[in-house]
Design a protein around this ligand. Sequence first.
Ligand code: SAH
Length: 327
Amino acid sequence: MAVRQREEFLLNRKEIIEALKAEDFSQVYKRAKEICERTKGNVVYMRAIIEFSNVCNRGCAYCGLNKYNKKIRRYNMTEQEIIERANEAILAGYKTIVLQSGENVRIDLPKMKRIIQFITGKGVAVTLSCGELPREYYEQLRAFGADRYLLKHETSDESIYNNIHSDGSLKERVACLKTLKEIGFETGSGFMIGLPGQSIETIADDLLLLKEIGCDMAGIGPFIPHPDTPLRDHEKGSTELTKRAVAIARILLPEANLPVTTSLGVLDKKERLAAFDCGANVIMKKVTPDEYKDAYQIYPAEIPEIRVEEDRKNIVTMLEGIGKKGV
Ligand code: SAH
């Protein structure tokens, strides 16, 4: 084991910073790709994401769902609607359903229980992404059968964190991540590239925090300004820096599942495919019903009509084109 770890050339903080700043990053990309091929083969995991509610009681300055945004129509999908959509995604072949929402401590646990049990009853995994909740809630959700949870730390810099969040703290967020791990969730964190005040050093610390938490999954995506948020005039994040961070995450966490974040694809379709050459091995596809898809805009994006089965086939074909097998 020790020998294998040395082979991985685990990067330290100084080396990460140097690599992120380097003119030529090709050796790191190459290494990340090799590690990914060794740990994941040519397989890309496809996840269907249902954004079941945009009700949120947080004021995150980057996010279009933040509680101060009065321009969006808030919705809560009914149990029936969620189950129907999940079933459609399962019939189309998805093996994981991601249930994402704004943060709302009034989350209806009995309803979640029935939905989770419906999905897992079909032999399909449930990943939750519903923000910070009290430990007892996480415990119950785990007991219902959900076994993965995504909660990005967003930034590892406390002062940046405080500047862009009107609620909560970095400490609380990281504590939630540790709780999720303790409870036995496969735990996912991640962060954004291009937040105000972020430096290369911050990104290095973000990457090291993923490692410290012991993330099983990590989503790294470029920030995209949303016109109805306080960060509307802030510049979007760099796609190159995003790919570099993904590559380093692969080296630090050889076995982790690293999605190509949707925001990367929104900024640049080509880059989304390129990320699979940088160590990413997961792709998420929105299957939220058309009726709600436009009301769930964490960042502005044009979302074409959603056809669950056809969309999945198109992704499989797209992945085949780069020698990957979507499962
Ligand atoms: N309420 C849940 C889900 C948040 S949305 C939670 O708190 O975990 C999922 C992710 O989208 C966020 O974690 C954030 O990293 C990303 N995101 C939000 N606004 C964004 C923006 N303007 N640009 C890019 N990514 C954004």
